[in-house]
Design a protein around this ligand. Sequence first.
Ligand code: 13P
Ligand code: SF4
Length: 304
Amino acid sequence: MDDKKLLVQKIKELKQKKNAIILAHCYQSIEVDEVADFVGDSLYLSREAAKTNADIIVFAGVYFMAETAKILSPSKKVLIPDKTAGCLMAEMINLEKIKEFKKKNPNVPVVCYVNSTAEVKAQCDICCTSANAVNIVKSLGAKDVLFVPDKNLGNYVSSKIEDVNVICYEGYCPIHQDLTVNDVIKKKDLYPLAKVLVHPECQKDVLNLADFIGSTSGIMKYVKESKDNEFIIVTEIGVVERLQRDYPDKKFIHISQNAICDNMKKISLEDIYKSLDEEIYEIKIEENLIKSAIRPIERMISIN
Ligand code: 13P
Ligand code: SF4
């Protein structure tokens, strides 16, 4: 047996022994899928984290995702194999600015993308992910809404709901923000028949070139149901790798070699083994903060 197979087997044995599960985001290195119990986007993984009976959750993702799992399952041990795996967009939020906005606009609900810290969630009325953002904002029935932190997703939501004034925070995901119209045109010139599938964290002019705009799960569902054979995938490379693995007869063109989230690639199989074996790095959140941060997440889960 080669080294990698042996490591996979050891992780599986350890999982069983410790009654642990592994949740992995679709942007993780694809080798992580071999040991994962659930692989998916933010919404799917937060739902699974809420449901599990495991004693230990190992989160192969970025920090806010493991934190969300801990908030939803406070009695469980939640581990992140690399505690430096952060989300650049989540780090753009200034908590004081949100508090200030709320003071000045006490009747405006604050919707926060799940890509945010526990402290930020605790200040917000409801969470959303890219898969449910439009429905969540609609569900509030409000005239004005503050959407934090992703201005691109916020603007996309706004374009889908005419009668709500969506006030966007000035944050963004650098990986999606940097993708350009020119990137799309170049690929479309090479593959004129390919359908262009775009994540809503991209800028508006890129979204305008899309045949379909959707979250990670939305893009995957579109491919599953499509009769087309070529797709230009305008999001992180992990989605492209999984699509190519799952649909080997179709062709998937990644928009740019720059569309890689380095933080999402930090966790290796070795890290997962070490994490489970030594039970590191444990996510710890103060009880009162959990109580405040769970409200907007549970509200989101109940709506969808
Ligand atoms: P989703 O998993 O909700 O599509 O979000 C994409 C993303 O950037 C996660 O960090
Ligand atoms: Fe954060 Fe963007 Fe990386 Fe997702 S892709 S974890 S939003 S930096």
